[in-house]
Write a protein of this length. Structure first.
Ligand code: TA6
Length: 305
């Protein structure tokens, strides 16, 4: 791992980006500009938090009980799930949601955009160990733009001489006032796989998504914008995407959150995941020599409904 002074010398932007080590020895970038702020861990290129200047509360949620241990996933933020989503199709010993979120990435470029936002590019650091889990020649890179909006673009290059199939997600945890009060629009009448209880029952969405119990759904064949309406925090969060045909909606509710052990006291009440993904039947085939990008853009507006 490059040392902090070398990282700050090469990629720090005076006043906008500072590399720091946090307890647990993870290296993070603290990003601050006139429009917003974010914290990004080099492990997993993991956006841990994001707050536009217009918001008193962060928009991207981070558990108060999150663990920052090398090689372990962080509860909250925007975990990068890649090159598969959920459990591995054939080998249950391999990590759920792939390995990208728990391995080192390296910064490749940082810059200030004309509108004052900060753009950071990172790429996953390939290792021999990965080759045993993923015997394909691919390159994974990400571009993160921090400002009044948060933009993330995840790109897979297929450098091999055969087509490759990936599953992926930007597994974003959004901060909300209370899960029982919010509603999500944009998925009306969509087909989804209901994963609660370990099943995979195909159902159809009736109206907006509301929550009264553990909810774990993969909405299929949708490129729709989703909007979280949050009467308690008096805001709407807009979730738009491209290059993604699945949208996953998840809240563990109390029992599953307690079992997971890193949600903190009632942390599950103040978060909801809307994950832009390519999962299940929406897995993506990337032709040899070509590339695929999945991107998201988030922003907020005041809501006094
Ligand atoms: O995206 C929903 C989900 O697949 C849930 O089934 C739950 O496992 C969640 O991801 C979190 O998974 P993680 O491996 O981060 O604990």
């Amino acid at each position: 791992m490059a040392n902090l002074s070398a990282l700050n010398l090469r990629f720090g932007l005076s006043g906008q980006i500072v590399f720091k080590e946090i307890p647990g020895s993870l290296i993070v970038m603290e990003v601050t500009n006139a429009h917003g702020s974010a914290t990004i861990a080099l492990q997993g290129a993991h956006v841990m938090s994001w707050r536009p200047k217009s918001e008193a509360e962060p928009v991207v949620w981070l558990s108060r009980a999150a663990r920052f241990t090398p090689g372990k996933s962080i509860r909250g933020g925007v975990p990068v799930c890649w090159p598969w989503f959920g459990p591995h199709a054939t080998d249950s010993k391999l990590p759920a949601h792939g390995f990208a979120r728990t391995v080192p990435w390296e910064a490749t470029a940082t810059r200030v955009l004309d509108n004052g936002a900060t753009e950071i590019a990172l790429t996953l650091v390939e290792t021999d160990q990965m080759g045993t889990m993923w015997p394909h020649q691919t390159k994974l890179s990400i571009a993160i733009t921090v400002g009044a909006r948060l933009k993330i673009a995840l790109t897979t290059d297929n450098l091999g001489n055969e087509d490759v199939v990936i599953g992926e997600a930007l597994h974003t945890y959004f901060q909300i006032g209370d899960i029982a009060d919010i509603r999500i629009s944009g998925l009306e009448a969509g087909d989804y796989l209901d994963k609660v209880g370990g099943g995979s029952v195909r159902r159809r969405q009736d109206g907006r998504v509301v929550f009264s119990a553990e909810t774990d759904r993969i909405y299929l064949n949708t490129e729709a914008e989703c909007v979280i309406t949050d009467p308690r925090l008096k805001r709407r969060i807009h979730v738009t995407k491209s290059g993604s045909r699945s949208t996953v909606v998840w809240n563990p509710w109390t029992e599953k959150a307690d079992k997971m052990g890193d949600f903190g006291l009632d942390g599950w009440r103040e978060m909801v995941c809307i994950e832009s993904a390519n999962a299940a039947e929406n897995a993506v085939t990337i032709k040899t020599g070509s590339r695929h990008t999945m991107a998201v853009e988030y922003w907020t507006e005041k809501y006094d409904g």
